[in-house]
Design a protein around this ligand. Structure first.
Ligand code: AMP
Length: 158
């Protein structure tokens, strides 16, 4: 079965051109407003808001795909480490109410203090405040293509 033309991400519709991995229960997308270049997202395909809403198979798939993507992100950005993070609920900074894992490449000295990354995430432009400068669809599609080429076929949509 071919992948759908758009993937639901909370209230948003993500075009297939911005998606770089599709498994049975998860999909990965490039970021409209990354904290750092290479910051990507991995979401459950079922549009549920909270981590505990996921079934066991969804949790397993999400983290297996996270391992797969983290290797690629680290390799193509030459990152030395990664921040993997779920903002689980609005009070934790979640702005898109749909379970997703952030994968962010990290480098020595990339933030003055290591945990400033969480400040940066908190001050990311939010979907409810779109008057910031999002990336262009072309830019996002180009990144997705590059990641797809590295990941290999993953349109596992059965
Ligand atoms: P959170 O604040 O943890 O819910 O993360 C939401 C993430 O979604 C942020 O990294 C945003 O930059 C990202 N985001 C918001 N809108 C879009 C969009 N249309 N396409 C891709 N990423 C988006």
């Amino acid at each position: 079965m071919p992948p759908p033309a758009v993937f639901r991400f909370g209230p948003l519709n993500i075009p297939l051109s911005q998606v770089f991995l599709v498994s049975k229960l998860s999909f990965a997308l490039v970021n409209l407003k990354p904290v750092r270049p290479g910051h990507v997202l991995l979401a459950a395909r079922r549009p549920v808001a909270r981590f505990n809403d996921l079934t066991h198979p969804e949790v397993v798939d999400l983290f297996l795909q996270a391992q797969r993507i983290s290797k690629i992100v680290e390799r193509i950005t030459s990152a030395e480490s990664l921040t993997l993070c779920i903002q689980d609920g609005a009070k934790a900074g979640q702005s898109v109410p749909h379970v997703h894992l952030h994968l962010i490449p990290r480098f020595e000295g990339d933030f003055a203090n290591n945990d400033d990354i969480y400040d940066a995430m908190a001050h990311q432009p939010r979907v409810d405040n779109p008057n910031r400068s999002p990336r262009s669809p072309d830019d996002m599609a180009a990144e997705a293509l590059r990641l797809r080429a590295e990941i290999g076929p993953s349109w596992d949509t059965q």
